[in-house]
Design a protein around this ligand. Sequence first.
Ligand code: MG
Length: 275
Amino acid sequence: MSKYSYVSIERLQKGVKVTGPVVPAGAPGYDGAMRTYKHVLIDADNTILNFAVCEKRILEDIAREFGFMPRTRDDEDLTTAYRRINTALWEALERGEIAAADLKIERFRQLSEVLDYTAISRPVAPEVLNQQFIARLSTCGEVVPTARAVLAAIAPVVVITNGFAEVQRSRFAASGLNEFISDLFISAEIGANKPDPAFFTHVLSHLGNPDPSECLVIGDSLTSDIAGGNAAGIDTVWFDRSEMIGEPAPATADTHPATYRITRLVELKRIVLGE
Ligand SMILES: [Mg+2]
């Protein structure tokens, strides 16, 4: 028997009347009954985990230790070059054109072609660079500012992430966010990546096949989070970080229209809690 009372709640935004236990959001036993959406499916990297910060710090550490410059032979910033290469490969992976295991090495093979080693250092194999990168990333639990406060308000959430299982699990363990997360779905474990419908089918089936109207997908990627949510018939929130990171909004915003667009993570509270 719950220690909390039971009431009916008009869900104004969805027009659905729900009876359920009233448990303060984030408290043990809270099942999302006060929320506009019952199942909140949230992306990890650059939505709640600060992948960008981890990535830059790790690449610069590796450069120092292995003796290459923070700028490439083409005078491009090391992190910028890595992101350009890595993003293109992840988009190829989302389209099913490259396997995850090959992507790991291929990104460092392409990067190696433009690395500027000092006179006294020797080029390092892409496999070694990747191994170093993955090992360090696994312990980097840096979170997006406000992520903790927002998740505490809207918990529990389900995490949906494209990534490598061992890396993502240990990053979440280091992040301090696990207490707000009821399920962690990782593409490498599922065998399908967002936006592949097989990824979303797997997640929804594990949640007991809820009606898509009870679900919400949140993420920073139009091509994986928003495209995948749209295809599954789920309302979507695009976390548009372009203003924050000083980059133009992606051209694909029209191709993959989201139900909501937010520029700060805290705006998610209003959507999920109906405030
Ligand atoms: Mg992301």
